[in-house]
Design a binder for this molecule. Structure first.
Ligand code: SF4
Length: 193
């Protein structure tokens, strides 16, 4: 989130924080981001009504000129998350640098198997050479992620890149921004007008 928001061109006015992550990790780690960047954030679930309510809660904060951390998904997400799951994660994994599509490498932003558990690390145990995934040169996923451009501004949108033939991650899953725009294109055109 900080990598996205620190981009000078980013057009981010608020965040919907992913409810599944917060189910495990809790919500307190988001508070400094909300306060430091003075940006509304709502932990949100995944049903359509969850998303609509999450968006409404962000918009209401923006209209009132407020910035705070709210939890729309309170039926699942507890403030402290799941301490037992956090404990197990820390027993097995440690933070490491991770590359993010459209953004680049962010130091200590991913989880990797701990060194002392290397014998269980498939990347080390098996000599399988996984080539680095090539990014499509025309893909503007990073700009979509930062709110700088809309998916339909990508030259490949709906042409070489479709849900049946996705070039990059945002077109793959149903909640990906490009896939969502693809499936609801008529609605989007009405909104854009
Ligand atoms: S339409 Fe495809 S190529 Fe274009 S930004 Fe989206 S995922 Fe990338």
């Amino acid at each position: 989130m900080e990598a996205v928001i620190n981009d000078e061109e980013a057009q981010i006015q608020g965040f919907l924080a992913a409810g599944h992550v917060c189910t495990i990790m809790g919500i307190s780690k988001y508070e400094p981001i909300v306060q430091n960047y003075k940006i509304p954030m709502v932990v949100t679930g995944f049903e359509p009504v969850d998303l609509l309510q999450g968006i409404l809660m962000v918009v209401r904060q923006l209209e009132k000129g407020e910035y705070k951390l709210e939890n729309q998904y309170s039926r699942v997400v507890k403030s402290e998350g799941n301490p037992e799951a956090q404990k197990v994660i820390r027993q097995v994994f440690e933070t490491e640098d991770r590359e993010w599509r459209g953004i680049g490498t962010i130091p200590m932003s991913g989880w990797g198997v701990k060194g002392e558990l290397a014998e269980y690390n498939a990347n080390k145990k098996f000599s399988v050479n996984i080539p680095k995934a090539l990014e499509c040169a025309d893909c503007i996923a990073g700009q979509v992620l930062k709110g700088i451009k809309k998916p339909f501004e990508c030259s490949q949108f709906g042409k070489a890149c479709t849900p049946l033939n996705p070039l990059e991650a945002p077109m793959v899953s149903s909640e990906g921004a490009c896939a969502a725009y693809y499936h609801f294109a008529e609605t989007v055109e009405e909104v854009e007008i």
